[in-house]
Design a binder for this molecule. Structure first.
Ligand SMILES: Cc1cc2nc3c(=O)[nH]c(=O)nc-3n(C[C@H](O)[C@H](O)[C@H](O)COP(=O)(O)O)c2cc1C
Length: 207
């Protein structure tokens, strides 16, 4: 077993992906020998990544993939409608993951990708994590596990149990990063199997 320092880089407009990122970091830290912190994409500078052995990257699904300036702007406008009951994250209108990937230097060898998206079949929703995993591979990293989605309601609030799911996924990644197998710490095998089945029907090839 080896010591691992992990950084969970997240983009979030309304706080859901932020909550998931915090839970993934908590799950990672629950593994002996793993230190982990969640960092907003706006703060994820080269300094923060220096010395990291692992980076887990997640963002919201916008128009089937990673956000763009136009979709972040639309999301911010939506949050201003009183009936929405949504609060914008501090860096919501700054750069997103696409811009971060374009400017970030080398990444650690160990990586994983996640997103948040609506609770509906992936063929309808798309998923940002697929594009994230592709970018990670383009940076020369190994992606440790299948890209993973955490689900939100149509009102943009995390579905029940998604925080626990994120914590156990983080733990699985921590076990894998310290030398175990991703499947070694899987209390939620059913959820993982369900997602893998969905991926088989996912034709979106967004980059
Ligand atoms: C402009 C916009 C486009 C969206 N497009 C999609 C989509 O194509 N598929 C989907 O599942 N969810 C879509 N959503 C819902 C987001 O995935 C959801 O708001 C996000 O997961 C919430 O995460 P956050 O709170 O971290 O921003 C969209 C949201 C916005 C604001």
């Amino acid at each position: 077993m080896r010591d691992v320092r992990a950084v969970v880089v997240y983009e979030s407009m309304y706080g859901n992906t932020h909550l998931v990122a915090d839970a993934v970091a908590e799950g990672l830290r629950s593994v002996d020998g793993v230190d982990a912190e969640a960092v907003a994409v706006a703060q994820a500078s080269a300094d923060v990544l220096t010395g990291a052995d692992m980076v887990v990257v997640g963002g919201p699904t916008h128009v089937h993939g990673m956000s763009r300036p136009s979709t972040r702007h639309a999301a911010a406008e939506d949050a201003q409608k009183a009936e929405r009951d949504l609060e914008l994250e501090p860096d919501a209108e700054g750069d997103g993951l696409r811009e971060w990937f374009d400017s970030v230097g080398p990444l650690p060898a160990l990586t994983a990708a996640f997103d948040t998206r609506l609770d509906a079949p992936v063929v309808i929703t798309g998923r940002a994590s697929k594009g994230i995993a592709k970018r990670l591979r383009r940076h020369g990293s190994d992606v440790l596990d299948e890209p993973r989605s955490f689900l939100v309601t149509k009102d943009n609030h995390l579905e029940e149990h998604e925080v626990e799911e994120a914590r156990s996924w983080g733990r699985r990644l921590g076990v894998a990063a310290t030398g175990g197998h991703v499947g070694d710490a899987v209390p939620e095998m059913e959820a993982a199997a369900r997602q893998e089945l969905e991926y088989q029907g996912d034709e979106t090839d967004e980059g």
